[in-house]
Design a protein around this ligand. Structure first.
Ligand code: SF4
Length: 335
C-alpha cells in the first residue's frame, strides 16, 4: 500500500552486484519515504549503500548490478522497477534529476556551460534555441551565478569548483524536477563554498517546491538543511525520523556513534575527533544478526543471532534489539 501524499517510497529495495561467484548486497532491504517539498538526508559511512540507493532510483544501475525482483521504487504511485527503459529515460531529468560530488563528471569540458544547459533543455522540451539560451541565463541567475549573460559562454575550466556545481544544479533544474537527488554535492568543495551551495539548495526547495534526497556522510550537513533523515548502515536504513528527533534523541547505537564524530564549537584543536572503531563488514558476507554487532559497544548475544526488527520509538524508527522490551544485555561487545 502506498503512503498517503508520498512522492517517493522505497519498499524492500535490494540492489545486488554479481561479481564472479560472490554477490555484493550493496542495498539490502531499504524502506524510505520522501514527501513533496521535503529534504531527506540519507547519511552513512562509505559502503553503507546510500549512493547505490540514489543510483537505483535514477535507474543508473548497470550490469553486473541489478535491482532484485520484489523491490519497489514507487514514484508518484508508479513503480519504477516495472517501467521500461523508455519511460525511465523520460522520467530522468524531467521528474527526477541527480547531481554528483564532482561537477566535472556531469560537464563536458569541450562545450561551453551555456551550450550544455541549452542541449539539456532542448532534449526535454520543445523550445527554440533562442528561448533555450534565455532560459539558460535565467537558470544560471536562479542558482546565483553572477553575470550569467557572460558566464553562459564560459567553458567549465574557466569557472571555480563552486560555480561549476551551480551550473550542474542549473542543468538539473532545466525541467523543474519534483525530486532532486544530490549525492554528496558539497564534499569536494571548501567550507565557505559548501555553505553557499547548501543555502542554494534550501532556497531552491523553497522557491520551486521540489523534494531533495541529500546523500551525505556528514550529520552536521543533515542538521543544517534536512527535514527528515535516514541513517544507513550495511545496506539498510537503521534509523529514520524527523531530523530534530533523531539528532536530539538518537535510538540506534550507530547514530549515536556518528554523532560523536561531529566536531563541536569550542572543541580544543588538539583534541582528536572520535570515530567509530572497527570496519563495515563486507557486503558480500553480511552477518546473520545485526550488521553493526562487531562495532557496537552495546552488543548482546542476541544481536549476533538474529537481525533486529524495526521498532517505532517516539517519532523515530530504528532497528535495534535494545528497543525491544524483552531484550536484556548479556555480554559486552568485543568491538
Ligand atoms: Fe548494537 Fe545489538 Fe542494537 Fe545491533 S541490535 S545496534 S548490536 S545493541
Amino acid at each position: 500500500m502506498t503512503e498517503l501524499g508520498a512522492l517517493l517510497e522505497l519498499r524492500d529495495l535490494r540492489t545486488y552486484f554479481y561479481t564472479g561467484d560472490a554477490v555484493a548486497k550493496a542495498v539490502d532491504g531499504v524502506n524510505l519515504t520522501i514527501h513533496p517539498g521535503r529534504i531527506m538526508g540519507v547519511v552513512g559511512e562509505s559502503g553503507s549503500g546510500k549512493s547505490v540507493t540514489g543510483a537505483s532510483i535514477m535507474g543508473l544501475i548497470q550490469r553486473p548490478g541489478r535491482i532484485e525482483p520484489g523491490s519497489r521504487i514507487l514514484f508518484k504511485g508508479r513503480d519504477l522497477v516495472r517501467e521500461d527503459e523508455r519511460t525511465l529515460r523520460g522520467l530522468r531529468g524531467n521528474e527526477i534529476a541527480m547531481i554528483f560530488q564532482e561537477p566535472m563528471t556531469s560537464l563536458n569540458p569541450v562545450f561551453t556551460v551555456g551550450e550544455q544547459i541549452i542541449e539539456n533543455l532542448q532534449l526535454h522540451r520543445r523550445i527554440s534555441r533562442r528561448a533555450a539560451r534565455e532560459r539558460a541565463v535565467e537558470l544560471m541567475r536562479l542558482v546565483g551565478i553572477p553575470a550569467p549573460e557572460k558566464r553562459v559562454d564560459s567553458y567549465p575550466h574557466e569557472l571555480s569548483g563552486g560555480m561549476r556545481q551551480r551550473v550542474v544544479i542549473a542543468m538539473a533544474l532545466t525541467c523543474d524536477p519534483s525530486l532532486l537527488i544530490a549525492d554528496e554535492p558539497t564534499t569536494a568543495l571548501d567550507v565557505t563554498i559548501q555553505a553557499q551551495i547548501l543555502e542554494l539548495i534550501v532556497k531552491l526547495r523553497q522557491e520551486l517546491g521540489m523534494a531533495v534526497m541529500f546523500v551525505t556522510h556528514d550529520l552536521g550537513v543533515v542538521a543544517e538543511i534536512c527535514d527528515e533523515v535516514a541513517v544507513m548502515y550495511g545496506g539498510q536504513v537503521v534509523e529514520t525520523g524527523p531530523v530534530n528527533q533523531v539528532l536530539s534523541a538518537p535510538r540506534h547505537p550507530y547514530t549515536r556513534g556518528l554523532m560523536a564524530c561531529i566536531p563541536r564549537l569550542g572543541m580544543d584543536r588538539n583534541m582528536r575527533l572520535s570515530s567509530i572503531p572497527g570496519i563495515v563488514p563486507s557486503s558480500k558476507l553480511w552477518p546473520a544478526g545485526c550488521r553493526f554487532a562487531n562495532r557496537c559497544p552495546q552488543a548482546m548475544a542476541r544481536c549476533r543471532d538474529a537481525a533486529p526488527p524495526q521498532v517505532r520509538s517516539g517519532e523515530n524508527e530504528a532497528s535495534c534489539w535494545l528497543l525491544v522490551s524483552d531484550a536484556a544485555p548479556v555480554e559486552t561487545s568485543d568491538g
